[in-house]
Design a protein around this ligand. Sequence first.
Ligand code: 26A
Length: 346
Amino acid sequence: MSYELVCLGNPLLDIQVDVDSSYLAKYGLKENDAILAEPQHMPIFDEILGYKDVKLVAGGAAQNTARGAQYVLPAKSVLYFGSVGKDVYADKLVDANQSVGLSTAYMVHEDIATGKCAALINGVNRSLVTDLAAANHFKPSHLEKPENWAIVEAAKVFYIGGFHLTVSPEAIELLGKHSAQENKTFIMNFSAPFIPQFFKAALDQCAPYADYIVCNESEAAAYAESHELGTTDLEEIAKKVAALPKANTKKPRVVIFTQGTDATLAVSYDAATKEFSTSKFAVHALDSAKIVDTNGAGDAFAAGFTAGLVKGKDLATSIDMGHWLAKLSIQEVGPSYPFPKQAYSA
Ligand code: 26A
């Protein structure tokens, strides 16, 4: 089997509920954030499972992106790697993936539960608290199995969730080295502010392989702070990230910062000419009354964008496809996409 796009991340089931600010305050959570659960957060999962409005939806940031890209692309275009348990949560993930035709090659741990994420929705914000469980046990050896490595070798584009830097930077590097050697396309997402803050060494180890780096404005700010860039100006930050050392010198690096409802910023750097090129792209307007929740909005952007690159579209069109898919996803419950399928038109 061959798939044009291969994604790697942490498969999670989202346990999604609406909460108010007092619930977030009780656990010391920010309104809009994503964190790894500490022992004091563990009661959240059982508490919210008892809520009347609780929804179980497929999550895991890169898995959301993989589903979104497969939603856009022809059948059998996308395969996703990650690690799950053998339980009803994993069954739910498989169901959601099958609904869009996403293929998976999970590493299955029979004795560990599938990971879960408490998606605490408060207005247009979402606070995500994750217990990685089985997702934390992904190993590069899974990629190196002959049947899986054949899939890697046949792929043209790789999408890596930055969240996976907490699990296996070695697996990311393995894919990154292959991508650079073969002059393929490697896309990385910073995923959350805590990644550049607390997983700086792993991020710096893997960033050289990235042809495209995608993140939002708060992740960009966290990067600037942890790397002491000495600026809070987004374009300046994007230029520094774009000009980081690069393993594949055959193509420029492109950095894309989304900014909620503000225009998306793209900066590319050509090391050969030492030239930067900056552009901005407006998002697709949406009446805020139509927003169901923003859980997975960034993943949907990355999905539309990545699908555009897989289809060989130019940067402007690929970013527009990202904006289009994000607009569709925020009108659904959780990181989901509407059915019947909608088609992108410029
Ligand atoms: C390592 N962590 C914290 C995570 C995540 C995560 N996906 C992978 N690793 N924390 C939250 N998510 C997912 O992010 C999506 C929204 O962008 C959630 O499962 C949610 O679907």
